[in-house]
Ligand binder design. Sequence first.
Ligand SMILES: Nc1ncnc2c1ncn2[C@@H]1O[C@H](COP(=O)(O)OP(=O)(O)OP(=O)(O)O)[C@@H](O)[C@H]1O
Ligand SMILES: [Mg+2]
Length: 309
Amino acid sequence: MHTSPIEVKNIKKTLQGREILKGITFEVEQGDIFGFIGPNGAGKTTTIRILLGLYKVDSGNASIMGRDVSDDESRKKVGFVIDGDGLYDNMSAAANLEYYQKIYDKSVDKKKIEQVLELVGLADRAKDKAKTFSKGMRQRLALARALVHDPDILILDEPTSGIDPSVQLDIRKILLDIVQNENKTVFFSSHNMDEVQKICNKIVLLHKGEIKLYGRLDKLRQQMGKNILTVHTSSEITNDILNKFNDIEDIGFYKVNKGNLLFTPSKNVKTSDIINLLVKAGIEVEGVVKEESSLEEMYNNIVREAEEK
Ligand SMILES: Nc1ncnc2c1ncn2[C@@H]1O[C@H](COP(=O)(O)OP(=O)(O)OP(=O)(O)O)[C@@H](O)[C@H]1O
Ligand SMILES: [Mg+2]
C-alpha cells in the first residue's frame, strides 16, 4: 500500500477552549521539501507538535511513514528542530550528537557523526563545546542533531529565523542536499517567503487553523499568475501589424513599450501560439518573459482577503 511520509486527515485541535485547528488535511510525499506557511498564531507549531506526538488530536488522524503519530515507532522516523536548538552547552558538538543517537536507541556511530558534521560544515569544530558556537553554527549543529539517527523525515519549525542570509543559504543547501542525495523528506515552517519559494516544491498556507492554499508551488504560481507576457524585439512594429494584433482578442495584445510587446493572453492561448503569430508577421523574437505571482504576493493577497472576512 502506498503511504506518504506525512498524512494529515481532517485534524482538529482545541486548546483552552479555543479551536486552533479546524479540520486540516494535507499530505507530504516522499522527496518533498514542503513549506508550511501562515501568519503568527495560524496553528503551524500546534500542527508540528501533533506530528511529533506532543499534542493529541481531538479528531481526525495524522501519520508518519504510515504509523499513527501516537505510535512511538513513528517518532524514530523523524528528526526535528522546534523550540530552540536542543543543544547542551557544556557538551562538545560531537558529544551532543552522540547523546542524541543514544536517545534514539541507537548505538554510537562515529562515522555517522562525522558525516553529519561534515554535511553542516562543522567537521573542524567537533571537539568544541556548543556554548562557544555562534547562533548560525548552533542552528547548523541542531540540524546535524536532528539527522544523526538517520531519520526519513525532517520536521523543522522556522529553521532559519534570526540568522544571517549566508547561514540561511547554507541551511537551504543542506536541506536540498539531504532530499536529493539521501532520499529524505523535509517539512518546515517559515515566515520567509523568498526562502520557501526558492526550495519548496509544495506548500500549505494556514490561516487561523484553516488551509487557504495547498499544492505544488509551480502550479499555484501559474494558476494565480498575473499572466503578462512580454516579448522583446528590435523589429519595427508597423501600424499594420498593430492593427492585426488588436483584432485577435484572445491574445490580449495591449501595448508596445520600448521594443517590448505586452500581452495578457486568455487561458486557452499558449505562449508558443503568440510566438508563432509574431514570427509569421515577420517579427524577430529576441526574448520572452512570462510573469508569475511571487509567493509573497499570493501570501499577502490571501491573508488580506481572509482578514477582511
Ligand atoms: N498551549 C497552548 N495553550 C493555549 N493556546 C495555545 C497553546 N499553544 C498555542 N496556542 C494558541 O494556538 C494558536 C496557534 O498557535 P501556534 O503556535 O500553533 O501558531 P503558529 O502558526 O506557530 O504561529 P507563529 O508563526 O507565531 O509561530 C495561537 O492563538 C496560540 O495562542
Ligand atoms: Mg510557531
